[in-house]
Design a protein around this ligand. Sequence first.
Ligand code: CUA
Length: 314
Amino acid sequence: MSTAIPSIGTPLSPVSPQAFAVRTLIIVTVSLCAAIGLLVTALVLYAVVRYRDRGDGAQPRQTGGNRKVELAYTLIPLGIQAGLFSFTVMTMRAAEPPVYNGRPDLVIVAHQWWWELHYPGAGIVSANEIHLPAGRQVLTALQSADVIHELWIPRMGPKMDAVPGLDNRLRLEANQPAVYLGNCAEFCGVGHAWMRLRVVVQSPADFAAWERQMSQPPPPMFGEAKLGREFFQTHTCIQCHTIEGLGPPQDVGPDLTHFASRATLGAGAAPNTPEELGRWLNNPQSIKPGCYMPHMQLSSSEIKELTAYLEALK
Ligand code: CUA
């Protein structure tokens, strides 16, 4: 998979019905306000020129108490406000349609500073890279493991808070296969800016292939990779990260069972290459300041072995 980091995009290039509704509201509101602004500016300029002091000391005709004008400038803005208000309420309903409380297809748990992902139906656990089938609504539960975060994938719809103790629901969908970017949109501590999310939207066939790949156990390891696995299993790595078959599930740090299938590491902090992973293992804070992975004081051969192991976890 390409490690190029695509542009995060804006709500002006929507790919879901929810995001289309948001864009329509933006366009209507901005156009209407711009038209009013231009009209008022033109009228002010007209009055300034037409009724300027011509040096003859004459005053323009003085008028006051025009009921028709007063009614017009009260009722027309009131009508515009009422129209915008109703349109905004309709957009809110379209952008966040009611969702039922059945079993979600996808559970997203926000952490400082990464995203834990579960697909309960398929039994898949992953992190920081959501895969979705194109053109299908995915019922999503959004939760938090620590503080308030906020999920925002600008091209896919409005933001939603991840609040400790709450189980917020939303629908995620996109009409065309592509990679979309999201980010945490609520300040949540020092790593907030590096709490990124990749959303890989695939054709249903590609998505099914991804699900099959994610259901595979890790492959057998040889040589350096095997030494890396032994190190991982016998040191503190195993107390924070899950790798299927190595120990009990942990959710302090991201699940690494299919780490090498992801395009980035550190929730978008760097491309997932052996060089960057080596830098990360040497000192995570040098790539993502404040992150909770400790500086492990690893030797260069331990870094090489762990890198060989982790990059084999496709
Ligand atoms: Cu999580 Cu900001």
